[in-house]
Design a protein around this ligand. Structure first.
Ligand SMILES: [Zn+2]
Length: 263
């Protein structure tokens, strides 16, 4: 049976072991986390005044990449909203700014229509305004998925690797070559060769190649080490939870479609 064991459970990062899983399952989870979990991002910007040295497009691009706190269920996807995607308080939110130079404009200078929905980091510099320059804009955020654009990705780092089973056989002559060649410091020599950091193994097989006694055996298992870091839009564990819900929904739909095929 597939099971999960968390090694790190922080707001910004999770590390877990997925036991007895298949490559298809673990990769589906990775892909769902990266490209199917919706988060807010700036999607278009109205420029009322921009006398800075920056083109409107450059400023809009920069704003789009700043992560926004997203509470699951708070907003609807535009195409699923009762407004039909035109834009209403249920599917979009505005971030307003009206500042004059000289000063540096930071992400924290924007005022959101809802104080609970804000840029995750307040100290990201957006641009510098010089004396006499003004920027008056309204940036509109909406939900989207990473499949559409990477600005809607809730995770930055999101990867997995197979956890190997490393076996040291009786033929080992304690030469210690594997300890020194391993770039990940997986082995230690303490009377005998010990596999002290199996989770760090990257399956480079250098230890197997260098071992003259042919004592090291590396076996691939059905266990995976999964690492995910959040952009800050939502806690890393919430991204995983949302991804699993989306996959369950998709699997349920797939099952229904198969059941309809009564041949
Ligand atoms: Zn709407």
């Amino acid at each position: 049976m597939v099971s999960i064991e968390f090694l790190v459970e922080r707001e910004d990062k999770i590390v877990f072991i997925l036991k007895d899983a298949s490559p298809a399952l673990v990769n589906s989870i990775r892909r769902a986390m990266k490209s199917l979990v919706p988060v807010l991002a700036i999607d278009y910007v109205d420029f009322y005044v921009n006398s800075s040295f920056f083109y409107d497009e450059m400023i809009a691009h920069r704003l789009a990449m700043i992560p926004i706190k997203t509470e699951p269920g708070r907003f609807k996807m535009p195409k699923e909203c009762s407004c039909g995607g035109v834009g209403c308080p249920n599917c979009q939110i505005s971030f307003r700014l009206n500042v004059e130079g000289p000063r540096i404009v930071y992400s924290g200078d924007f005022v959101s229509d809802d104080p609970d929905v804000h840029f995750v980091y307040k100290d990201i510099p957006v641009l510098e305004l010089f004396s006499g320059q003004q920027l008056m804009i309204e940036a509109v955020a909406r939900l989207g998925t990473g499949k559409e654009h990477s600005k809607f990705q809730p995770v930055s780092v999101c990867y997995y690797k197979i956890i190997p089973r490393i076996e040291i056989g009786e033929k080992c002559d304690l030469c210690g070559e594997c300890v020194s060649i391993c770039p990940r410091k997986v082995f230690s020599l303490d009377g005998k060769i010990k596999v002290s950091n199996p989770l760090d193994c990257s399956l480079c097989m250098e230890c197997v190649k260098i071992c003259e006694a042919k004592a090291i055996k590396i076996v691939e298992t059905d266990d995976y080490l999964f690492v995910a870091e959040s952009t800050g839009a939502m806690p890393a564990k919430e991204v995983l939870r949302q991804a699993l819900l989306i996959l369950k929904g998709k699997a349920e739909n797939f099952r229904k479609m198969l059941e309809e095929l009564n041949v």
